[in-house]
Ligand binder design. Sequence first.
Ligand code: NIG
Ligand code: FE
Length: 410
Amino acid sequence: MVSSADTRWDGLIVGASLATLDADAGYGAIEDGALGWRDGMLSYVGPRAALPDSPAALAEQVVDADGGWITPGLVDCHTHLVFAGDRAGEFEQRLQGASYEQIARAGGGIVSTVRATRAADEQQLLAQSLPRAQALLADGVTTLEIKSGYGLDYDNERKMLRVARRIGEALGVGVRATFLGAHALPPEFAGDPDGYIDRVCEWLPRLHGEGLVDAVDAFCERIGFDAVQTRRVFETARTLGLPVKLHADQLSDGQGAALVAEFGGLSADHVEHTSLDGVRAMAEHGTAAVLLPGAFHVLRETKLPPLDEFRAQHVPMAVATDCNPGTSPLQSLRLAMSLACTHFKLTPEEALRGATVHGARALGLSDRGALRVGARADFVHWAVSRPAELCYWLGGGLARSVYAGGRKLV
Ligand code: NIG
Ligand code: FE
């Protein structure tokens, strides 16, 4: 019996089915479920019929969900949503036949967003970026990763990371900030990528010292940085005890997946061109694959990631928005899940697992991503009659309520 005042829960929601995702396979479905929480953590996950007392005796506040499904809060483990301006002009250029690489080599692409981001002050950057995080939250995201990488000098990378932290504080969602200084070569270092990497390796300990960095990423690609340069950034991260992840094998097979796996990295992201050796290295070192179907869709890519190999080798597949102004101006993780089903033939269950359990794993977070007692009370109540609808509907306001750390945010 749980009824004395000091053991009462802060909240209890009853009357919805639960998709707990708390097992290696399946939705972990509980029909007519109940979810209790206390001090920001889940205190009960199970059938309503198995509650130890009447709801009113158990919790301060009882919500009757009146149907629908409750899932873990979604985890968007790869975004670049802090930036200024937009690149709708490049979207039009690509529709006329220009490629992403051609635009980048002609001085557009990432570097054009760098110009706009440098020109914005911290408050302006926050004002432009916050609505994108709000859009993700409205569609069920309770934890998101945000990368730097449009500053490309110390002050502007710092400004981006500070804005990332401020978004978490302003919205009450979990934010993991990733330093992506090695995203592109800024114009002032033209012809001297090694000199730029020297700077990146100097900035990282300073930014980390300010508590602004949770992980380190790089863009290992023909139009980014090579494996030797990436390795130098990763070695600096390692001396600081920071986890690494990598934009790997997006446009070509640069052996990026194997490189980040060698460093015990959290994830290799994009991975369309990853070879079987890369998949094996990821499996061996426990590195997750982060699938980014938004960029695949926008760039009209045709090369699929090695999905069957990931499955065969039990490499966890996360799904994320990659929200960025160039390749993926996508502000709904649910839509990314849908694109993962349509383009990559993930099952809706794999897509949901990718945006919860495996998304959390790709951020190194073990306290969220599934509904289980002791996990953070991050959950979403959806107006759907079966979980596959989360991937089936393109758009639409399906989230009835969104809770993070037991606080109702939507
Ligand atoms: O994940 N590939 C590098 N970074 C981003 C694109 C950033 C941009 O074009 O602004 C990506 O696709
Ligand atoms: Fe990205």
